[in-house]
Design a protein around this ligand. Structure first.
Ligand SMILES: [Zn+2]
Length: 97
């Protein structure tokens, strides 16, 4: 299954509709006017990495900044947030809008 192009665009729209635009890693809002190729642009994060059998199902996806997604690498979801003492809200659906 290819990861890119129109499929990603559709998944991004679904993720924003379900979870809003708050970054799963740093907790800051993601500006959707920023290009997705920008570090502060919207990236679709997989809670369970695709390399570890994670799927593209909406329940496995969350919004994140591209740079936060990149910075995470192989660390588990929540590592950045816990390091900053933030509450554990990442695995719950956010308030859209
Ligand atoms: Zn972020």
């Amino acid at each position: 299954m290819r990861w890119g192009g129109r499929r990603v665009a559709r998944l991004r729209a679904q993720v924003v509709a379900v979870y809003g635009t708050r970054c799963v890693h740093c907790g800051e809002l993601i500006d959707l006017t920023v290009p997705s190729t920008s570090p502060m642009g919207l990236s679709v994060e997989h809670l369970q990495p695709r390399s570890q059998g994670g799927t593209d199902d909406i329940t496995n996806l969350r919004p994140s900044h591209l740079h936060c997604n990149t910075a995470r690498q192989a660390r588990p979801i929540g590592a950045i947030r816990r390091a900053e003492g933030r509450p554990d809200w990442a695995t719950r659906p956010g308030r859209a809008g």
